[in-house]
Design a protein around this ligand. Structure first.
Ligand code: UDP
Ligand code: MG
Length: 329
């Protein structure tokens, strides 16, 4: 699709959304880096720091920061809701003409924001960071991430950019559209691709984490992948249909063969060894049983999501919001 791009001014107010989960060791470094970097930006900045139910001293670090810096607004969630929801909370509270989403651990270098703003000025609504390299991450993480992004492109959306995370700039009009999608199981990148609008990458080198360790262990990555796959496409359901057809076909073929052997043995009285074939039976039972269970499991994932959505719960619960400015919300 071709877009007509119109030049525009830098955003008057830029909201930078940073989700924080047990980042006490990272926050002092982040604060220093932002203090020296933010004055270089052409826009006024508000920092939306979302405390995602941290169990360490993160919230005290944040409150201290907010008390000394009028740009900081804390949105503290009532428990750990997970990265995607924490970012969503930040997007709901952001007031800027554009928002930037970045991680607390400085893996996404803030300096890239300058380039994002230039693209915004060119008229793009979404400027996403695309990683050229990932340093300081294990080969396991790199391989799983590589597979993840390729798989997601097939399952989620054809426009889903490869190798880009949630580090991005989003314009107000696109953000308003995004904030209108209130599904419980969220895969923000996919939702962003679904929304459309002119989108463009900026390339950057992903740095190692400055301190602390990853809050995305394999289990959380799998959950995100599952959400992405199941919330976006009926493909897994089709897979189970395909599996069913395949197994049924094998069953049919083996059945025909058994009939043929029986025919040779009983009708033609051919001198063949007619064994009872328990191996075939066991194999078939396993195949059929397995594929039925897989299919029910996949179906169950969708039913579970319908169940979750039908409850109509809010995506998150805020414990408190704190900033030096008066709150209107
Ligand atoms: N995060 C969060 N809630 C969670 C897990 C992570 O808010 O349940 C935040 C975390 O504090 C960080 C960002 O999400 O700012 C990305 O997490 P992390 O750096 O651990 O992920 P990785 O870069 O290793 O994929
Ligand atoms: Mg990180």
């Amino acid at each position: 699709m071709k877009y007509y791009l119109e030049k525009r001014n830098f955003p008057k107010l830029l909201s930078i959304i940073i989700p924080c989960y047990n980042e006490e060791s990272v926050l002092p470094i982040l604060r220093e880096r932002l203090d020296s970097f933010l004055p270089k930006l052409p826009s006024k900045v508000e920092l939306i720091l979302v405390n995602d139910g941290s169990s360490d001293h993160t919230i005290f670090e944040l409150v201290d920061w907010a008390n000394k810096d009028s740009r900081v607004k804390i949105v503290s969630l009532s428990r750990n809701f997970g990265h995607q929801i924490a970012v969503t909370a930040g997007m709901d509270y952001a007031k800027g003409d554009a928002v930037v989403i970045m991680d607390a651990d400085l893996q996404d270098p803030p300096e890239v924001i300058l380039e994002m703003l230039n693209r915004f000025q060119d008229g793009y609504d979404v400027v996403y960071g695309q990683r050229l390299t990932r340093s300081g991450e294990s080969w396991f993480k790199k391989i799983t991430a590589w597979i993840f992004y390729r798989l997601m492109k097939v399952l989620v959306h054809k426009d889903l950019p490869l190798d880009s995370g949630d580090f991005r700039l989003i314009s107000r009009r696109c953000l308003d559209a995004l904030n209108g999608l209130r599904e419980n199981h969220r895969f923000l990148r996919g939702m962003n691709a679904w929304i459309g609008f002119p989108q463009i990458p900026v390339y950057y080198k992903r740095d190692p984490r400055v301190a602390g360790e990853t809050k995305y262990p394999l289990q959380k990555m799998l959950k995100l992948a599952m959400n992405a796959a199941v919330s976006f496409s009926p493909l897994p359901l089709r897979f189970s249909l395909g599996l069913g057809i395949f197994v049924a076909f094998i069953g049919f073929a083996v059945g025909m063969y058994a009939l043929y052997r029986a025919f040779q043995h009983f009708i033609l009285h051919m001198p063949i060894v007619y064994n009872p074939g328990w191996a075939t039976i066991v194999t078939l039972i396993c195949l059929i049983g397995g594929s039925i269970l897989i299919s029910i499991g996949i179906l169950g994932e969708y039913v579970a999501r319908i169940f979750e959505e039908s409850k109509g719960r809010p995506l998150y619960v805020v414990e408190f919001v704190k900033s030096q400015q008066k709150q209107k919300r």
